[in-house]
Design a protein around this ligand. Structure first.
Ligand code: NAD
Ligand code: UGA
Length: 475
């Protein structure tokens, strides 16, 4: 058929590029899929037995397809030159300096990728935006591509195909997606490109789950989906504060409202705050786009979702400190979980960073246990300068102070031993099955539990003797 795609290349071998291309390769054995990165270490890891990211089910998929039709490489010139479809899944972080710092998306990596494509293309290409980008990015990318390509016969068709996977469930999200969204230009060549990419997904995704829209709708739908998801969490977290003040129980409130089919039960779990590389950055990006087109009220509206999240993290720190007689100075506090959610080792924007910083700023000593996060990563996160702009962080201590006041511990029992309190910051399943009576015996009394995820059995803990604080629950 005219739709046949023979070779796919992907720029960016990260959390999105790696798993999404591995699933395409597994499902489409006749397409050669090459994942490229400028980071040699990362490519080396993708080619080894120890993959660079932890994701349930990822190894099985990669090991089945790697070497057959899935390859990881740094040879961008060769593979971009040969590919007929090029996915771009480079990082698009928040801009750290200059105009729009702290809000706008930094498209440096994206532009670099586009220039690379233009420089090596000797045949026409479909370029697919997989990264999350501000609406209208395709227009800018098209200019970079066409004005830098030396061969006038080479044509570029740009599609937007945002990724909706969540970390920790990436493989099942990719294998059974709620929908695959593809946006393209409403021209004959645009429609032909849409059909080609649709053909790739149709290998395993049912027809009625492949959605085709115009370019700008696809770009904006991605930002909107993340903003709406984060909004649910900030809404329920706001209510958790009210629950604590009134004696309502946030789990009961969530359950009751979730039974309304118009609201639905998912994503209503109160927490110490949402983290991850995307929610905050994408909302800030959305706010910036709104401001750029003169929609200040719309921008202000969405910004409150981020502000509420900062409040929730701060509120948790204050609750720990006030609960422990207004001082944590010199006290050892066991931090259970550092990743931004369970089943991932990713710590980008994890609420644990802000909570630990808040406790450290008050003089606490933090002992941190996480089953997937390497100690070096914890120290890196805690000592990195937070923001170059004006959002509150309350952090002025030196890197030395971090090294002295933070201890990474390799098992939960030695983490708790000698501590005054346990703070649960990630909802790892293994935290539910631990022997808390044993821990209690090894802790300083009164021993506290601050459950920032509401995953533990609070009544059982109180029976053991713990003083328990749980989010949005009566004390
Ligand atoms: P990541 O940082 O894990 O991976 C990006 C990779 O791109 C890095 O390995 C980097 O070295 C590489 N890179 C940057 N510039 C390059 C270039 N010019 N040539 C080759 N490689 C280059 O990021 P990620 O988490 O995979 O996110 C990628 C994009 O996908 C972001 O826009 C993000 O918003 C979006 N997204 C992420 C998730 C998620 O769960 N992490 C989900 C959906 C969408
Ligand atoms: C999120 C979206 O769910 C994905 O659809 C999207 O593709 C992705 O962002 C992205 O664009 O990067 P992810 O950040 O990996 O995925 O994980 P989520 O499951 O959404 O969790 C985000 C944060 O919200 C976590 O810190 C989690 O603990 C928190 N959360 C989630 C809550 O506090 N309460 C909930 O009810 C749900």
């Amino acid at each position: 058929s005219t739709n046949t795609v023979k070779k796919i290349a992907c720029i960016g071998a990260g959390y999105v590029g790696g798993p999404s291309m591995a699933v395409i390769a597994l499902q489409c054995p006749n397409i050669e899929v090459v994942v490229l990165d400028i980071n040699e270490e990362r490519i080396k890891a993708w080619n080894s037995d120890k993959l660079p990211i932890y994701e349930p089910g990822l190894e099985e998929v990669v090991f089945a397809a790697r070497g057959r039709n899935l390859f990881f490489s740094t040879d961008t010139t060769k593979h971009l030159g040969e590919a007929d479809v090029i996915f771009v899944s480079v990082n698009t972080p928040t801009k750290m300096s200059g105009i729009g710092a702290g809000r706008a998306a930094d498209l440096t990596y994206w532009e670099g990728a586009a220039r690379m494509i233009a420089a090596v293309s000797k045949s026409s290409k479909i370029v697919v935006e997989k990264s999350t980008v501000p609406v209208k990015t395709a227009e800018a990318i098209a200019k970079v591509l066409t004005r830098n390509c030396v061969d006038p016969n080479v044509k570029f068709e740009i599609l937007s195909n945002p990724e909706f996977l969540a970390e920790g469930t990436a493989i099942s999200d990719l294998t059974k997606p709620d929908r695959v969204l593809i946006g393209g230009q409403e021209t004959p060549t645009g429609r032909a490109a849409l059909e080609k990419l649709k053909w790739v997904y149709a290998h395993w995704v049912p027809d009625n789950r492949i959605l085709m829209t115009n370019l700008w709708s696809a770009e904006l739908a991605k930002l909107t989906a993340n903003a709406m998801l984060a909004q649910r969490i900030s809404s329920v977290n706001a209510i958790s504060a009210l629950c604590e003040a009134t004696g309502a129980d946030v789990s009961q409130v969530s359950y009751a409202i979730g039974m309304d089919s118009r609201i639905g039960p998912k994503f209503l779990q109160a927490s110490v705050g949402f983290g991850g590389s995307c929610f905050q950055k994408d909302i800030l990006n959305l706010c910036y786009v709104c401001e750029s087109v003169g929609l200040k009220e719309v921008s202000d509206y969405w910004y409150t979702v981020v502000a509420m999240n900062d409040y929730q993290k701060q509120r948790f720190v204050e609750r720990v400190i006030s609960g422990m007689f207004n001082t944590v100075a010199g006290k050892r506090i066991a931090i259970f979980g550092f990743a931004f959610k369970k089943d991932t080792g990713d710590t980008r924007e994890t609420p644990a960073i802000d909570v630990c910083r808040g406790l450290l700023a008050d003089g606490a000593k933090c002992a941190v246990y996480d089953p997937q996060v390497a100690p070096i990563q914890m120290f890196r996160d805690l000592s990195a300068p937070k923001y170059a702009w004006d959002r509150p962080h309350g952090w002025t201590k030196s890197e030395n102070h971090i090294m002295e006041s933070v201890q990474a511990v390799s098992d939960p029992y030695s983490c708790a031993a000698g501590s005054h309190a346990i703070c649960v910051l990630t909802e790892w399943d293994e935290f539910k099955g631990l022997d808390y009576a044993k821990m209690y015996d090894s802790m300083v009394k009164p021993a506290f539990v601050f459950d920032g995820r509401n995953i533990l059995d609070h009544d059982a803990l109180r029976k053991i003797g713990f003083v328990v604080y749980a989010l949005g629950k009566p004390l």
